[in-house]
Structure formats: C-alpha cells, structure tokens
Design a protein around this ligand. Structure first.
Ligand SMILES: Cc1ncc(COP(=O)(O)O)c(C=O)c1O
Length: 414
C-alpha cells in the first residue's frame, strides 16, 4: 500500500539560500507587486482563516489558512503570477522603467503602442485561467494548452474568459514543450510559470507575482498578534509557488524564516526525487503523473524554483492521493466552531499532510524533527477552491479516494 514519504533536505545551505532568495524576490519587489495588484478593478486581499479547534485537537499554537479560493473570483492564487508577468512584459515593450497604472495599461495609447498580442500558456487549468483573465482585462488574446485528461470544467473556466483552449495529447510537461514550438511559429508571447534555458524573466515575474499572497498573509498574522508563522506547508507542482514563499520569508526574516515543508503527490514528486538523488540538480520524474492533484501533476521542476528550494527548504513530502482527499473532507466538514473552507485537490493536500503528521504514529519522527507543538503557528495555503465540481463531489460526498483501511488516522488523537 502506498504511504506518505518524507525526507530532510541535507543540501540546505544558509549562504546560498540567502543569495538565491534575494535574486528571486528582491526585498523591494513585494511592495511594488502589491501596488500593481491593488489597482486591478475588484481586487481584494483574500482572507486568512483560523482553524482554532483543529489546532487545539492537534495541540499546536495555531493553524492558519490563506484562502485563495476567493482570489478575484478565479478560485486560485494563480492569477497573481500571470497578471504581474503580463504587466512587466507590457512595461518592457513600452520601454517604461517606472510603475504604470492599470488604467494606463488599458488605455488606447498603450493598446496602440503594443498592438494586438496573443498570450500563450500551458496549464493544468489554474495558471491558464489566470492568463486568460488578465489578457481579457487588457483586451488582448490568449491561447491556452492543457494536457490530456483535463476536466471539461477546467477548460470551460478558461474559455469563459474568451481564450482558445487546445488539448495536447500528453502530460503538462508535453504541453509546455508544445507551446514553445507553436508560439515561435505563430508569434505568440509565452507566459509560462516554469523556466527553461534562455527563458527566465517571465517565470521569475510570475513567482514575484505570488509574493502578494505571502505579504497579505504576513500582515494578517501580525494583525491578530502572531508575529510570523513557525512552519509553512507548501504544495508544489513545478515549485514556483513554494519557491516564492520561501524567497519572500527568507528576505523578510533572514535566518528566522519559518521551516518549510514542500508537499507533492507521490505520482509526480519531481522535487522530492531531485532532493533524494542529492546531486544538486533537478530531475525529471518519469511516469504518467496521474494524480488527482491536477495542479501538482508536473514531472519537471522549474529550474529557478529548484535552486531556491534546494538551498532553503528543509523538508520534502511525497504523498498518495488519499491524503489530499482527506484534506478536502476536513476543510468541507470542519470541527464545530472552525470555518467551512472550499478546497480542491491541490489546495487541500497540505492540510491532509498536516493531519497525517500530527495523527499517524509512524510519522512521530517527522513531527519531532519539525518541532511541531504548542508554540507552533502553522501556515497553510488553500491554493484553489472547487475547480473541478464533479470530482469535488465524488471526493466530498461519495468518499472517493478514501484513506485505506490500515492507514486510518486515530480519531482519539488530540
Ligand atoms: C491549485 C494549485 N496549487 C498549487 C500549484 C503549484 O504551483 P507550482 O506549479 O508553482 O508548484 C498549482 C499549479 O498549477 C495549482 O494549480
């Protein structure tokens, strides 16, 4: 039976970590990024929710959930990255060194100068939806490639912003390769959340764009009297989200940054495997990547994100799909007094992992290594809401992907 695996990253290097973090999210960048996001019409900070009763059950100081299911009505954090990258791209095209307002970006002058553009992205759904949304706000075109097996609901959500959607007969990694070729032939501007040789600026902007989420969370924590999280659990596909969090906190807090736990599906654990191999370089994860965590179904780490995670992130976890499904049900049926949170497969996996770490006897060594206890303030990111309604109901109503007998967690714990 497939189980949750974890490892301690022996490659953490304080000095290199500091340098990589500053290169990724320079200290002045989060405030600039936030100023840009704040002027998008309808933009609001997402809530930070406290699972007080669950924290008591698990005997930790606090469990805090940054709820990205409510981000700009797009149900995922991804729009933060795509929109900021497109903003930077347009600024570069216009030769503008300073900041540009959203109103200027959508003005006839800018449209005339940049002309008509087609933004292209490969996606499991959420990134493509963010790019399509940003392109439509700027009255530009978007073409989005999705891997085989992408749910009709996810494709429909992208099309609802006026984008063209093409299904590539392969995985997310194949879609990334395909779009590089097609974009070159057709003059599209690729807005990718992963990097490759010679293509780094845009994915770096995407990662910088995500910093708004952590800047908001940090401000919200301080607002309720918690100076900082002690632990951050981060779900990873190509690793851009996780690297953005690590770089943000590392630049803000230096050596007092929280402990980071990077979580992937066992069926697409490219970062976990790269750390396990321990040669300091990213490895491609072989296999069909057929996990229910569609947003994390990536076989090739983002090389930029990899460098930050390799040098800074202390713990890596690879987990079966049933861990994510348990997280979805825990969010959907909270303890009395805790808020109800809508969380999809990739969003919920970190709560699933936390519950296993706190409740499964064989994970006591990980619990101890992490130092999780009464003083701990744990930050989780609910990175998506209900992005695939049919599957959401199968998991939450029908109990699909149940925790196998023999692995069930002790109800009496806590
Ligand atoms: C909901 C959700 N969570 C997490 C991630 C992981 O982000 P990254 O690929 O940057 O690791 C994704 C990526 O698409 C996602 O859609």
């Amino acid at each position: 039976m497939e189980r949750l695996n974890w490892l301690v990253n022996r490659g953490v290097d304080e000095e290199r970590c500091g340098n990589e973090a500053v290169a990724m999210v320079p200290p002045d960048v989060p405030a600039k990024v936030r100023r840009f996001h704040k002027q998008i019409p309808g933009f609001r900070a997402t809530p930070l929710k406290s699972l007080r009763r669950l924290a008591d059950m698990f005997d930790v100081g606090g469990i805090w959930v940054k709820d990205e299911s409510q981000r700009c009505e797009l149900t995922s954090f991804k729009v933060l990255g795509g929109s900021y990258a497109i903003y930077q791209l347009l600024k570069r095209r216009l030769g503008e060194a300073g900041e540009l307002s959203f109103a200027e970006l959508t003005s006839p002058r800018v449209r005339e100068e940049v002309g008509s553009l087609t933004f292209a992205a490969a996606t499991d759904g959420n990134h493509g939806r963010g790019v399509a949304w940003a392109a439509s706000k700027l009255e530009q075109q978007a073409v989005i490639y999705v891997p085989r097996g992408t749910s009709p609901a996810r494709m429909g959500a992208i099309r609802s912003h006026g984008a063209e959607v093409h299904v590539v007969d392969g995985t997310y990694d194949d879609a990334v390769e395909q779009i590089q070729h097609d974009a070159e032939d057709r003059g599209w501007v690729v807005v990718s959340d992963t990097a490759w040789e010679g293509y780094e600026d845009i994915p770096r902007w995407v990662m910088q764009g995500y910093s708004t989420m952590f800047a908001e969370a940090q401000e919200q924590l301080v607002g309720v009297g918690v100076p900082q999280p002690s632990h951050v659990f981060l779900q990873a596909g190509v690793g851009s989200l996780a690297a953005s969090a690590v770089a943000f906190y590392r630049c803000l807090l230096g050596k007092h940054a929280p402990q980071f736990v990077v979580v992937e599906p066992s069926k697409a654990a490219c970062l976990f495997e790269s750390v396990r191999i321990g040669e300091g370089k990213p490895y491609k994860f072989a296999g069909a990547l057929d996990t229910i965590m569609a947003g994390l179904s990536c076989g090739r780490p983002n090389p930029l994100a990899w460098r930050v995670l390799r040098d800074c992130a202390q713990f890596f976890v690879a987990c079966p799909d049933y861990v994510a499904a348990r997280g979805m049900r825990m969010y959907a049926v909270p303890l009395e007094g805790d808020p109800f949170i809508v969380s999809g497969e990739s969003g919920a996996v970190t709560l699933g992992v936390l519950s296993f770490v706190m409740q499964r006897p064989e994970l006591a060594p990980l619990r101890e290594r992490l130092g999780l206890g009464k003083e701990s303030e744990v930050l989780l990111i609910n990175s998506e809401g209900n992005t695939d309604p049919d599957h959401f109901r199968q998991v939450v109503w029908e109990g699909a992907h149940a925790v196998p007998p023999g692995v069930t967690v002790s109800a009496a714990s806590g």
